[in-house]
Design a protein around this ligand. Sequence first.
Ligand code: AMP
Length: 436
Amino acid sequence: MAIKAPEGTRDLLPEEASFWSAFVERAHSIFGNYGYEPIDTPIIEQTELFVRGIGEATDVVSKEMFTAISGENLKRLLEGEKLRAKSRLSLRPEGTAGVVRAAVQHDLVPQGAPPAKLMYAGPMFRAERPQRGRQRQFNQVGVECLGAEDPTIDAEAIIMLMRFFDAVGIKPESIRLLLNSMGCEACRPAYRELVHSYLEEHQDELCETCRIRMEMNPLRAFDCKVETCAALMENAPKITDHLCEGCAKHYGHVKELLDMAGIAYSEDPSLVRGLDYYTRTVFEVQAVSSDSAQNAIGGGGRYDKLAEEVGGRPTPGFGFAIGYDRCVLTLQDQGFAFPAQNHCDVFCASMDDETHLQAFHLAQMIRDNGCSAEIDHQSRSLKSQFKLADKLGARLVVIIGPEEFAQGLVKVRNMDSHEEQLVAIQEALVYIMEQL
Ligand code: AMP
């Protein structure tokens, strides 16, 4: 049987691959206006980065990571040897930890410097059970702003994200923005304890996973999709009622800035993002149309402690990631189709070996002048070369026929107006370029 792409992965065929490039380009252009610069970090990192950086008790770390291993190390492992930290590698499940690691490693945020604003795009890997909108390899575009804790950073990034969704064609009515604050190290521990006690009181009603979460990371119970747990969590203590003064002020300021910018949002005190490193602002953008489990098309928040966790000096941070694949699903729900690509400005048709050689040469000259050109590669008849030219969307077809060619001429046909012009072969290139 023919080999297929692994479960949970998908091929981006040419039209979609072009769309993905345009999606990233658009992000570069919009985020660039806000000062974000590209960064590209490795797809594999030391496992330790994610275990430390994300928090051992989150789902991403406990079961969702792919390990990368060389043949030699696999053999060692099977022989019962322990691998050194350097050899324990994982495929990145998300982008933030790697970017923060790079910022620390290369000192991108020296003391007193303005914040480093970084953006990335590329594949992430999670060993999840694949379903619509949930893959094992998926593309993300994300930003990280390191070195400032001002609420203007949070609000600016959220506004920028909503502008981006608009620019790629996701309609405001197709999505909703949810906002919350997760507090900080001053107020969250007490709140966590409150949730723990609440869960303990109701432990008979909890699913098995939430019983484990109760001990490991009680706030994750807010993410549970089991109906009974979800109902129970509706009455759980709300973090926004337990924020310290600093966090309450920061959160209030973020909301004020969003209000001023006319950004609609709903406050959702049960929004606790999966990763442990978040502090204060967290947010998620959900597609209204998709089913609830896979409806987040982007999200992020503030992580003022992460840089220290990966060995750097205290550096506040804020970031978000956009799930490209889910954006595509949302666009398709709105009736979107990938734009067809116009591959060909000029088709150079030929009729025998000698004119084929001329077509090959002329097409090359057209490409060297910055336009796209195609020729026949399968000894097609002139009629079927025309069909092909049509299919490729060629604007001009140059017909190099043996008789005209013997007189030093070629015929150029405009595919829109159907006008034809005989042109001297030496002037053909100039004429073609003028027509395009
Ligand atoms: P997260 O890092 O989990 O907040 O993910 C950020 C965004 O990436 C989400 O809002 C989703 O749009 C997307 N995403 C996360 N996990 C997956 C997955 N397994 N398959 C496809 N997209 C995903």
